[in-house]
Write a protein that binds this ligand. Structure first.
Ligand SMILES: C[S@@+](CC[C@H](N)C(=O)[O-])C[C@H]1O[C@@H](n2cnc3c(N)ncnc32)[C@H](O)[C@@H]1O
Length: 261
């Protein structure tokens, strides 16, 4: 079926937020559990690089944390700041690049949960990202980094579909792998939103390039960038009492990184 719109999905924060905002509770509980368990000091200030609509930042602000973030997409930043303001918090999100940023005051924790770092196209950009996060954290602070690894054994998951609803608007999404080039370390992903409102049904389709990481490539990266220790690893079930061991078949993983003193 032909899509009505081909464009950048991140330019539609109102629909992105309905879809990705639907499952916030488990991620939220996981973040707080990790803050309490792994940070060496009480977590008060939290930063999210590439925060998009700030679906988790706003929940953390409501729970009493001082939140801030950045994102390349101006529309997502405007949406996020408008919501923070509406709920009585400062508009603390800036347009910025997650591989080249500084924070005004060091933070106790940072997080980036759903594959977003794979938008960074090169190893250099990823290393620079990790250095920026490292410098933004106080010593003993943690970075929760979630991404989908490319398994080197077994068959990778090739598509995913889910639906979110808010009021009378429903957004269904289908994401599929169009091409996986392990040598160039690029995965071309198709993603399509189907949007149903009381008066209209339409779709938006986009294509994204995600850099690929195997478990071994992540290990090498984390060895190369000094200043972090890997404290624990989890999968996207976000059960912080059930850590996982990352291996050649692992796909979804959240690394708990702690800034060394
Ligand atoms: C999958 S969304 C994730 C948003 C948010 N972290 C969340 O959990 O909902 C990816 C976001 O990364 C942003 N992005 C992509 N490349 C970026 C970069 N180099 N620096 C900052 N943001 C970037 C996009 O604009 C988009 O909002």
């Amino acid at each position: 079926m032909a899509s009505d719109i081909y464009g950048n999905l991140y330019d539609y924060p109102q629909y992105y937020d309905i879809l990705f905002g639907a499952d916030w509770k488990e991620e939220f509980r996981f973040l707080i559990g990790c803050f309490e368990r792994f940070a060496e000091q009480r977590v008060r200030r939290v930063f999210e690089p590439a925060c998009g609509t700030g679906r988790l930042l706003v929940k953390l602000a409501q729970a009493g944390y001082r939140v801030s973030g950045n994102d390349l997409n101006e529309k997502a930043v405007a949406y996020c700041n408008a919501r923070l303001r509406r709920k009585g918090f400062p508009a603390s999100v800036r347009v910025g690049d997650m591989s080249d940023f500084q924070v005004a005051r060091p933070v106790d924790a940072a997080f980036n949960l759903i594959n977003t770092v794979r938008h960074l196209p090169t190893e250099r950009a990823m290393e620079s990202h990790l250095r920026c996060v490292h410098d933004a954290l106080r010593p003993g602070g943690i970075y929760l980094l979630g991404l989908h690894l490319t398994p080197t054994q077994g068959t990778p998951i090739e598509d995913e579909a889910w639906t979110g609803r808010r009021g009378r608007v429903e957004v269904s999404s289908y994401m599929w792998s169009k091409e996986l080039d392990r040598r160039k370390r690029n995965e071309r992903l198709g993603i399509r939103f189907e949007i149903r409102t009381p008066t209209r049904t339409f779709s938006i389709e986009d294509e994204m390039n995600y850099r690929t990481y195997t478990a071994a490539q992540m290990d090498q990266l984390l060895d190369r960038v000094p200043g972090f220790e890997v404290i624990e690893t989890y999968d996207f079930l976000y059960r912080f009492d059930e850590p996982i061991v990352v291996g050649p078949r692992t796909e979804d993983v959240v690394y708990v990184l702690r800034r060394q003193g």
